[in-house]
Design a protein around this ligand. Sequence first.
Ligand SMILES: C[S@@+](CC[C@H](N)C(=O)[O-])C[C@H]1O[C@@H](n2cnc3c(N)ncnc32)[C@H](O)[C@@H]1O
Length: 228
Amino acid sequence: MKQLMKRLVPRPLWNFVRSTRNEVRFQSALKEFTDNPQKSLSPQSDVLPRLIAGWGNEGWSALSEYLVASLRAVNELDGDTLECGSGLTTVLMGIIAQKNGTRIWTLEHHAQWGDRVGRALKRNNITSVTLCASPLKDYGAYAWYNPPLNAMPDWFALVVCDGPPTDTKDGRFGLLPVMRAKLKAGTVILLDDAIREEEQEIAARWAKELGVEVQMLGSEKPYIRLRL
Ligand SMILES: C[S@@+](CC[C@H](N)C(=O)[O-])C[C@H]1O[C@@H](n2cnc3c(N)ncnc32)[C@H](O)[C@@H]1O
């Protein structure tokens, strides 16, 4: 039936119907999340899978394990969060931060993607997020975001590191040299995509420089945790 519909209905109309349906599903799951984030994080809940499907960026969005770890950490740690690479994570972390009176500072290098995330924040009245969208900066040995360091807090309790993409100069490495002064005792860094050799190498370099241990977590799609 779906195949027949796809053949009969013009592609732009089909795309419109599909994106509207996804949006409705997303907003309905987001309401459930906002009403009770803790319940949505339990393994029995289907809210996160529905949010991931409704957001519609599979392959790029964090999967449940990393998402749950990030959301729990935002809820438990007493301080602000730095996010590298915005998306569904930003919206959900923003909802929790708003309830807890903390802030999310999110760094985004892709202008159109930043617009999409910004629209989702606005539409859902999420005011606890500072979205810093600007192109990556070339620091010589690596390229990384160009954060507004002077406006940012002196210390971040949490770093959710899911960007920039690996094909940029030295990938995610720049977090440490650029943000070093704001990563202090107690800061937790959660690095996604730990299955990749690039991320494992970067985590090992960070750990050596910081004198901390690398913890590999997650069973479906591993992620790395470092605690200063
Ligand atoms: C892994 S994504 C971050 C995803 C975000 N943490 C989440 O879970 O929704 C890292 C970066 O990839 C870029 N990106 C996101 N979706 C993309 C897509 N579909 N195609 C290309 N780049 C994308 C954005 O610049 C984003 O900051």
